[in-house]
Design a protein around this ligand. Structure first.
Ligand code: NAD
Ligand code: ZN
Length: 367
């Protein structure tokens, strides 16, 4: 992946963690590593990563941080700083993030700021982190007033994707990542979309490679998110509002899933795309496929894996609109929509009327 300060490689394969020491030597990463991870991932994989690095001559300190989005805060980054200082990591040291997007974002922010910046390697272990958050150089933590408000651009030295780690990823997390993969196909790769449509998320390494290539191409074109990179937010304006209104009962991937359907239906309503496209997207997302988990495609969809609760009450269309508008306002941005002309052909526009959005939301079960 090329970026204004150079370029970095992405390695993708099964079992790469066992060879991470040799790879780090080849990348000339010095001799000292701080490995940042979180218990669900570290318990499974930290030992083999440490062993491989130590065998290759690295000195390694493991920094374990609490798990989950609720801990993606400056307080947790402070714990990482403590760990780096205790380890005596100097300017030649490297921070390695082993985990999902939350660990990658926090470790990256720590690496961007500790000693005014030390080198950083991403080892993503969730599907979402592999195809989305580990590539592109954006790192951030949340603020009580909003997600990802404190952050930086920090390009990694390398991204190392070991697909074998997905064997322990919970099915709902896999499904969430799949929503981003489908998004990626819609943005820039019709073959990827059609492959999942025909065969589900298989073969997995191929699916991941294709999704990573689309993300890499978009961020290469617009490394600082000034223009084209906005297309990566396809489905996200709707998705974020739904996540917010559900008080985060709805996961990010679930919000994106409904958001993709909303974006497709809005595109049809405004005359930009084939009326059959929303149905194709819905069919693909709602099918359990290889994950055993179906993604929701309507606002009030029942989520079976959440136990025997009643179906979630659907929010009103106006409440969703207001949540979308205030979310953007808080970020100092205009309410923009990413619309589709076809699979692999999307564009950004702010010329969308509120009444069209409300009408589409009502077709999705909003009241
Ligand atoms: N920087 C970016 O460009 C960018 C892009 C998209 C998303 N993000 C961020 O990424 C985060 C979401 O990432 P995520 O979905 O990976 O969430 P996450 O990091 O919370 O991971 C989800 C859960 O799965 C666990 N897990 C991860 N890999 C595992 C494995 N192999 N085996 C067992 N358990 C595993 C994690 O510990 C966690 O409990 C959000 O904070 C979002 O803002 C950043
Ligand atoms: Zn997303």
């Amino acid at each position: 992946v090329r970026h204004p300060g150079g370029a970095y490689p992405i390695y993708l394969g099964s079992g790469l963690l066992g060879g991470i020491g040799r790879l780090s030597q080849e990348l000339d990463l010095g001799r000292q590593v701080a490995l940042v991870t979180t218990p669900p991932v570290g318990d499974e994989y930290a030992a083999s990563v440490v062993e491989s690095l130590v065998e290759a001559g690295f000195e390694v300190d493991v920094c374990t941080v609490p798990d989950g989005e609720a801990y993606k805060t400056l307080d947790t980054v402070r714990l990482v700083y403590d760990c780096l200082i205790d380890a005596g990591l100097d300017r030649s040291g490297v921070v390695v993030a082993l985990g999902g997007g939350v660990v990658g974002d926090m470790a990256g922010l720590a690496a961007a700021t500790y000693l005014r910046g030390v080198r950083f390697v991403q080892v993503p272990t969730s599907l979402l982190a592999m195809v989305d958050s580990s590539v592109g150089g954006k790192v951030a933590v949340d603020h009580p007033r909003g997600k990802n408000l404190i952050g930086a651009f920090k390009q990694p030295e390398a991204v190392i994707i070991d697909t074998r780690t997905l064997s322990t990823l919970p099915a709902e997390e896999f499904a969430s990542g799949l929503a981003e993969v489908v998004k990626t196909g819609l943005i820039g790769d019709p073959d990827l979309f059609e492959q999942i449509e025909a065969h589900g998320p298989a073969p997995l390494p191929w699916i991941i490679e294709r999704a990573v290539r689309v993300k890499a191409a978009v961020v290469e074109e617009d490394p600082y998110e000034r223009r084209r990179r906005a297309v990566l937010n396809l489905g996200h304006t709707f998705g974020h509002a739904l996540e917010l209104l559900s008080h985060y009962q709805l996961s990010h991937g679930e919000g994106v899933s409904i958001g993709l359907v909303a974006a497709a239906r809005l595109s049809v309503r405004l005359g930009f795309c084939d009326p059959e496209l929303p149905g194709r997207i819905e069919g693909l997302l709602a099918r359990p496929g290889a994950t055993g988990v179906a993604l929701p495609i309507e606002c009030g969809d029942h989520l079976p894996e959440r136990g025997p609760s009643e179906a979630r009450p659907a929010p009103t269309a106006t409440a969703i609109w207001e949540a979308m508008a205030s979310d953007k306002k808080r970020q100092g941005k205009k309410l923009r929509f990413i619309l589709m002309r076809a699979v692999g052909d999307v564009f950004v526009t702010d010329a969308v009327e509120q009444e069209d959005v409300l009408a589409v939301l009502r077709t999705l079960g909003a009241t």
